[in-house]
Ligand binder design. Structure first.
Ligand SMILES: Cc1ncc(COP(=O)(O)O)c(C=O)c1O
Length: 405
């Protein structure tokens, strides 16, 4: 099955050398040699950018290397996992491991079911109320920013919504004190957004609510431990912390599965995929395979608790660079709600922000432009973002300030 090695097709191989040279300008801060010496797999590491994209985002190099190795011949089956039937043995094992690993990482007991769906978190904005918001009921929503606003907009199309707090327009970006809010008695559920990807804010402590707590965890799932038992349902698009785009994780408490009206189209009822272990129709098999590899990687890192330490250390370094800049860099979020996944900041002028992003890009630090709605800079430092990328960014920030302060 093995093919002769083709240097031109390998990352960092002959073909990529020109690419490397274009980017390798010994300009402001030469980060590349440092990165290369720290990574034992020099060839692959050489062609890797420092990826700060908000999503789709950086994946663990180890995962990509396994996927690359297995791409043409998965486990000696003579075909890619993409070419296997979703009802066959090879895929079945991948699917089962993805579910089992996810349950382990989340500490999910038998009360919860793990689903791999499609349509992104954006479909969950509608699917949650379609399934859980019965006629004559209302649901509580916290409007903490752009993503919560989108969830609210969709829910309003389905039923009655109470906004229990709105910090979406506050600058610095902010969140309410979730434990002090006046949640509605008898609400169908309470919806919160654990991490506002654009604003760079993150819930520090989830509230204990009487109604089932529903949470959009798209941009911070498994970046830290949390108690799943506090939640009725959580959902997350995979493309930040879990794998490639195209898979949506939904974890639902089993008693909520049957709430959906039978008149709802089959594919939109949670019970449909719950009954069939997410195999009612063809699932995004390759995406689930990568997600499974990411769960293995995360388990090897010590799960959510292990990765949290690494994440906090990375975030602390960037926040320290912001706070230690004498006001040259200004953090976008209220300090009390700073995110450890998406870090936002401004420079003294938009012209300097543009220069900063341009020079960083030339050093292969990719994705530092803030969301188009808010401007400024943003570093998304998800679980798979290596510490070397953060170190390079911090060094560049200091250097940039020294030259342009
Ligand atoms: C917090 C949050 N919710 C929802 C979404 C939308 O996700 P999707 O593109 O998977 O629909 C995003 C995307 O960035 C997000 O960051």
């Amino acid at each position: 099955m093995a093919r002769p090695p083709d240097k031109t097709l390998r990352p960092g191989g002959a073909k990529n050398h020109g690419f490397w040279l274009i980017f390798h300008r010994p300009a402001v801060y030469d980060v590349r040699p440092n990165y290369r010496t720290q990574n034992p797999n020099k060839e692959t590491a050489m062609s890797r950018a420092f990826n700060f994209n908000a999503g789709p985002a950086v994946l663990p190099l180890e995962v990509l290397e396994i996927a690359q190795k297995e791409l043409i011949d998965f486990n000696g089956t003579g075909m890619s996992i993409m070419e296997h039937s979703h009802r066959g043995k090879a895929y079945d094992a991948v699917h089962a491991e993805a579910v089992a690993n996810m349950a382990k990482l989340l500490g999910a007991n038998d009360d919860y079911q793990i689903l791999f769906l499609q349509g992104g978190a954006s479909l969950q904005f509608a699917q949650v109320p379609m399934n859980l918001l019965g006629t004559g009921q209302s649901a509580d929503y916290v409007n903490s920013g752009a993503w919560a606003s989108k969830a609210i907009k969709e829910a309003k199309k389905i039923g009655s919504v109470n906004i229990v707090a709105d910090t979406s327009k506050e600058i610095p970006t902010n969140m309410p004190d979730y434990s002090a809010l006046n949640y509605t008695k008898g609400a169908a559920y309470v919806h919160v957004t654990s991490n506002e990807t654009i604003a760079g804010t993150q819930i520090q402590q989830f509230p204990k609510t009487e109604a089932p707590l529903v949470c959009d965890m798209s941009s911070d799932i498994l970046c830290r431990p949390f108690d799943l038992k506090q939640f009725g349902l959580i959902y997350a698009g995979a493309q930040k912390n879990l794998g490639p785009s195209g898979v949506t994780l939904v974890v639902i408490r089993k008693d909520l599965i049957e709430r959906a009206p039978a008149t709802l189209p089959t594919m939109l009822q949670y019970r449909t995929q719950a009954k069939e272990n997410s195999l009612y129709n063809t699932p995004p098999t390759f995406g689930i395979y990568i997600l499974m590899l990411v769960t293995r990687w995360l388990l090897a890192k010590g799960g959510a608790a292990g990765i949290e330490k690494i994440n906090r250390a990375k975030a602390d370094k960037i926040y320290a660079a912001i706070d230690g800049s004498g006001g040259y860099y200004r953090g976008g979020a209220n300090k009390a709600f700073r995110s450890i996944m998406n870090i936002t900041w401004r420079l003294p002028s938009e012209a300097l922000e543009e220069k900063f992003i341009k020079e960083a890009t030339a050093l292969k630090m990719i994705g530092l432009k803030g969301h188009r709605d808010v401007g400024g800079c943003r570093a998304s430092i998800y679980n798979a973002c290596p510490a070397e990328a953060v170190d390079a960014l911090v060094a560049f920030m200091k250097d940039f300030q020294a030259k342009n302060g």
